[in-house]
Design a protein. Structure first.
Length: 246
């Protein structure tokens, strides 16, 4: 029984001269790993190798247990060529792909995350967008969606309101720590005033307002959110260095 779905290619490796193993984030079937037999042949149904970031309609069979599923057809609708030629944008996009693949388990549907990645990539492809701002909204919404971020206006330990100085973030507690509580915490990340402003803007955006998110604040918020994601995963993401610088 084959399945038809919308998909974005988040990982692609060569399997043989003519075949690839692809990891696709699909809208309704979550992350799927498929073998694409003959996909690299110029006359294949996909018209050649399927690249990272490619989005389209795919037909596939789901693998059983450890075995890979099989890609039957991939009709590309979006190649994202505008994005591929710009280093900062492509690095940001590759990081977003790696985060999705790392956070979501296989076969666990999250249509919201598919929509989130789709719109973030669309925005990144626009000349006038700020890659750091696009990434900040993406990371914030993704972390929110998977339930990894708590209330950020009060201290995650004592519940009192946090100020603007001497503020820390604890990934294990999923929130901010005030100056009184941070000393007892072994796992913590210092939150700069730029990062706090960035987080406030992201929270305001979530509440339906249209705040401005300057690149510096977005970058500071991105570094913190990437720290949180990597701490939760228990490992570094290869592509993080290209966007976060660490
Ligand atoms: Zn506290």
């Amino acid at each position: 029984m084959s399945t038809t779905d919308s998909a974005i290619c988040i990982r692609a490796t060569d399997y043989s001269e003519t075949s690839q193993v692809l990891t696709l984030l699909t809208r309704d079937n979550g992350v799927v790993r498929l073998i694409a037999k003959g996909s690299k042949r110029p006359k294949s149904k996909s018209g050649g190798a399927i690249d990272l970031l490619a989005e389209g309609r795919c037909v596939f069979t789901v693998g059983k247990g450890e075995s890979l599923g099989v890609l039957i057809e991939f009709a590309e609708t979006t190649s994202r060529s505008a994005l591929r030629s710009r280093l900062e944008r492509i690095n940001t996009a590759l990081y977003m792909l790696e985060v999705c693949g790392a956070i979501l388990g296989e076969g666990d549907p999250h249509p919201e995350v598919f929509g989130l990645l789709h719109s973030a990539l669309e925005r990144l492809g626009r000349e006038n967008s700020s890659p750091q701002a696009v990434l900040a909204y993406f990371q914030w919404r993704l972390i929110r969606h998977v339930g990894l971020l708590g209330e950020l206006s009060v201290c995650a330990s004592c519940g009192r309101k946090v100020g603007m100085q001497n503020v820390y973030f604890s990934s294990s507690l999923g929130g901010l720590l005030c100056g009184d509580c941070e000393q007892a915490a072994t796992e913590k990340y210092h939150v700069s005033s730029a990062a706090l402003s960035g987080l406030a803007a992201l929270a305001a955006a979530e509440a339906g307002k249209k705040p401005t998110l300057p690149p510096k604040q977005a970058a500071a918020a991105n570094a913190l959110l990437a720290y949180h994601i990597q701490y939760q995963l228990g490992r570094r993401l290869k592509t993080a260095r290209g966007v976060i610088g660490s």
